[in-house]
Every structure is written in structure tokens, then in C-alpha cells.
Design a protein around this ligand. Structure first.
Ligand SMILES: *Cc1c(COP(=O)(O)O)cnc(C)c1O
Length: 373
């Protein structure tokens, strides 16, 4: 029996939709180059599959967070594609970057010094992105470190700067004044630098703010995967993920009967209950207990009771019994009930829903690239 039929739930990743989203973002950001952020296994969807598909679409700049993610990704994109590592080199790992053809984002004076020394030791020039902090206080050279850079003509000896970059803290809220403040700070830093380097500031949301934020390279992640770039607003991106859970069994319960752990649901009248084989161990967040919904046969049905480790329970009283029998598939995430809607029910953001998607699903990829087959 094929694994798809044996599995309790099916996750379909529509790489054709990822490709279409990439083309849309690329066209919107033109003439800036458009990279793809594929950290955290492409937000849980499969970095190898996503990157290979986007390489086919012409993407030549990929971002991961960790060195180890860069090493894993390298075989899936040809060497004319750059892989940038957002966290920069962990202490004393510079040799791993050159060995695997990875380019660090240098975030601090110690990271710059380590890369400079590595270039000196190899007697060559090494590529890098230099990140400056424009107000998020998370990563990037601090104002003090930038001052030290400007006083030291040898700060970047042996380092070939591809881009100066920074990152936006509030870009998903277009009216937040922080966006303009960060743009002003970033621009002020750039004019002080000894050279006019190419620049990169915008994540997905930043692309939708205005062309002033685009510079020479944009860095979308979430929007590629169908997450709304502006919280709660309509957007032109295609839905990428479909999660279907299988019905294990159904039952009829009488008024007054309870459902699930801690009896968090009590029926006020007779109800038809279906148990589905997806739970919090699959990333179906427990904060959706008694709140979530699923789509059965085009009808939205409420999730009742607590989310268990391996299962959830749905009130399917509104559905004809033969439509919810053991083995029937119900939609937990789909175009009509996208990741952002699921996130809202869980009290979180789409990013967290996607990156939590579990390892027990049967994964179906639509539109796989040759190299990832
Ligand atoms: C994660 C990340 C991105 C991508 O952000 P999205 O909001 O997913 O588009 C871009 N730049 C940096 C520095 C990041 O950490």
C-alpha cells in the first residue's frame, strides 16, 4: 500500500504556487533583485524542494539562518546561486563557509574580524553581506561598531561586500512610524560609509510598503509561502499549503456528554463527533482547543474539546454521515481556510503555524524541480 494511503494526514505543498508568488514578488520589487529566504527548512515546507523550484524560476540569492542549514542546502542549488547565512559564522567556523561555498552575513565586529582574518590566512578576498542595526537591536553592527568601522580603514580588508543590509521590525503594519524611522536610520548609515555599497532592507512585508524600501535586493520568506504580508489585509499571493487529516472514527453523543481531556467540551444536545488523526505533536497547536475549525465537504465545522497529542475532535453534526466515515479526509489548512486564519484561531502568526508543521505527515509536492525529484 502506498505510504500516502497508510498515513494519518497529508500535507500538500504547492510549489507551483510558491513559484507564482516568487514571480509576483520579483516583479513588484523590480529592478531590485529578489532573493528567497528558506531558513527553518523553508518555514517548514522543505528548503531543498523550495530552493530547487525557485532556482528554476531564476532565483540566485538564497538566505538561511544557520551554517548547518546552508551546508544542507548547497547540493540543491547550482554554484551560480549564492547562499547567505543570516547568523554569520559561529565562533571559529569560517573555514566551513569557504569549504561549502557559503557567504556569511556579518553581524558584529567579532564576526567581521573573524572573516577578515580568514581572508588574510587564505591570502584572498572573501564575499560577505554586512548587516547594520537600524533599530531592531537584534542583529547587525551597533552604532558604536559602525563608528569604529569608520575610524578604521582596514576594517573590511579582504572582504568583498555584496550588500549592506538591515531588517525591519514592524513592516507588517504599514502605518507604523517605525518603518520610516528605520528607513531614515539605514539611509543615514549608508551615506556615512566609505563606499556606496548596494543595499538590502525589505522582507516580504517591506516589499509591500513602498519602492523606497526595495534598494538593490529584497528578502521575502513568508510571502513566498502564502502568508499575508500586511496583517489582516487582502493580498495577491497564492495559498501554498493544504493539510488534510483523516477521520479515524465517528460517534454520536447525547446531551451532557463530554469530549476530550479535561472535559473541555460538553454537548448541549445530541452531537455527531469525528476524531481526526492530527494533534499537537503534528504542530496543530493546543491553543486551538475548542476554537479551531476544519472544512468537511466545503462546510466549516467546529473543533470541539482539547487538542490531543495525536488527534482532534470535530463536531460534524452538520455533515451527512456518509461524508465523514473512517478514512474520509477533512481540510485543516486550505485556500478557503489559509494559514493566517489558522494562526488567528491559535492566537499566533502564520509563521509559527508553518514552522511547527510536523514530521508525521505524508508530504506531497506539486511542481517539483528536476533537481529535487
Ligand atoms: C526571516 C528574515 C527575512 C524574511 O522575512 P519574512 O517576513 O518571512 O519575509 C528577511 N530578512 C531577515 C534578516 C530575516 O531574518
Amino acid at each position: 500500500m502506498p505510504p500516502k494511503e497508510r498515513s494519518g494526514a497529508i500535507l500538500t505543498v504547492d510549489l507551483d504556487a510558491v513559484r507564482a508568488n516568487y514571480r509576483l514578488l520579483r516583479d513588484k520589487a523590480h529592478p531590485a533583485a529578489c532573493s528567497a529566504v528558506v531558513k527553518a527548512d523553508a518555514y517548514g515546507l522543505g528548503a531543498a524542494q523550495v530552493a530547487a523550484a525557485l532556482y528554476e524560476e531564476g532565483c540566485r540569492h538564497f538566505f538561511v539562518a544557520h551554517l548547518e542549514e546552508g551546508i544542507s542546502l548547497r547540493p540543491y542549488v547550482a554554484h551560480d546561486a549564492h547562499i547567505f547565512v543570516l547568523h554569520g559564522p559561529p565562533v571559529a567556523t569560517e573555514g566551513e563557509f569557504t569549504a561549502h561555498g557559503l557567504i556569511p552575513v556579518l553581524n558584529s565586529e567579532p564576526q567581521v574580524a573573524g572573516w577578515r582574518k580568514h581572508a588574510q590566512a587564505l591570502g584572498t578576498t572573501l564575499d560577505a553581506i554586512v548587516q547594520v542595526d537600524s533599530g531592531m537591536s537584534r542583529m547587525g553592527l551597533s552604532p558604536q561598531e559602525i563608528d569604529a568601522w569608520l575610524l578604521d580603514p582596514h576594517f573590511l580588508d579582504g572582504i568583498n561586500v555584496h550588500y549592506i543590509m538591515s531588517h525591519l521590525a514592524c513592516a507588517d503594519e504599514p502605518s507604523n512610524p517605525m518603518n520610516g524611522e528605520q528607513l531614515a536610520r539605514f539611509s543615514a548609515i549608508r551615506v556615512r560609509l566609505p563606499q556606496q555599497y548596494r543595499a538590502s532592507l525589505a522582507n516580504s512585508s517591506g516589499i509591500f510598503l513602498s519602492p523606497d524600501f526595495h534598494f538593490e535586493l529584497v528578502r521575502p520568506g513568508a510571502a513566498l509561502y502564502g502568508i499575508a504580508p500586511q496583517s489582516g489585509e487582502a493580498h495577491p499571493l497564492r495559498s501554498v499549503v493544504r493539510l488534510q487529516g483523516k477521520v479515524i472514527q465517528t460517534r454520536t453523543i447525547a446531551a451532557g456528554e463530554h469530549v476530550g481531556y479535561s472535559c473541555r467540551y460538553t454537548a448541549s444536545e445530541a452531537r455527531q463527533v469525528a476524531t481526526i488523526s492530527v494533534g499537537y505533536a503534528d504542530g496543530w497547536l493546543r491553543s486551538m482547543s475548542n476554537q479551531g475549525l476544519a472544512i468537511v465537504d466545503g462546510v466549516k465545522v467546529p473543533q470541539i474539546g482539547a487538542i490531543s497529542m495525536d488527534s482532534i475532535t470535530l463536531d460534524v453534526s452538520a455533515i451527512a454521515q456518509e461524508r465523514v466515515a473512517p478514512g474520509s479526509l477533512v481540510d485543516l489548512i486550505c485556500a478557503e481556510h489559509p494559514v493566517d486564519a489558522v494562526a488567528a484561531m491559535a492566537g499566533t502568526i502564520g509563521y509559527e503555524v508553518l514552522t511547527n508543521l510536523g514530521g508525521r505527515y505524508y508530504r506531497d509536492y506539486l511542481g517539483l524541480a528536476q533537481g529535487a525529484r
